[in-house]
Design a binder for this molecule. Sequence first.
Ligand code: NYM
Ligand code: MG
Length: 207
Amino acid sequence: MARGRFILLEGCDRAGKSTQCAMLVAALKEKGYAVELCKFPERTTTIGQMINAYLTNAKELDDQAIHLLFSANRWEAMQAMKNKLREGVHLVVDRYAYSGVAFSAAKGLDLTWCKNPDRGLVRPDLTFFLDLPTSEAEKRGGFGEERYEKRELQEKVRHLFHELKGKEWVMVDARSSVQAMHETILKTALDKIQEAQNEAQSGELLE
Ligand code: NYM
Ligand code: MG
């Protein structure tokens, strides 16, 4: 059986990641694939509750401390994610280490220092970056509700995402309609999943 694929969606706040993740999961399920949604921060754990308190301004934390909590929130999910992938379950993931680095570095923390705690996390097979100009994000409902949802910071974050992006990233114009974005994302994800199945079959032939 082929290992599940790790499909990541990244972007600034209000770019539409959560909507697209939900649509992708639903579409893959409808096609009969085993797929699960993961979201970071995962606010339900003990660490996640601390992160939530920080993001909603109920609690103050040093920039370094919150950075490490975001990373720990990924590490505490790692074994379960690896197990799922091994079982052939595809994971659609809403934010990951790139958000971790981009937001903390945008606040002024050293880039290399920011990257270090996430070293060794399982790598995404496919990363979509939903790119939205900050001027557009600001107009969207809910912008400004949480810490970090401020124009100047979001612009720095967006700039850092562009610096961090790998050659393999798929850039999605988040000004496009929800449906148009979904079609692009679904098609690319299906190609990736198909590639994995073909690899698994050729592997079997060689055994
Ligand atoms: N965020 C998210 C970080 O600063 N570091 C991280 O490692 C992650 C995963 O949390 N403004 C920030 C980005 C968002 C905020 O995320 C909450 P969301 O997807 O809006 O729940
Ligand atoms: Mg948000």
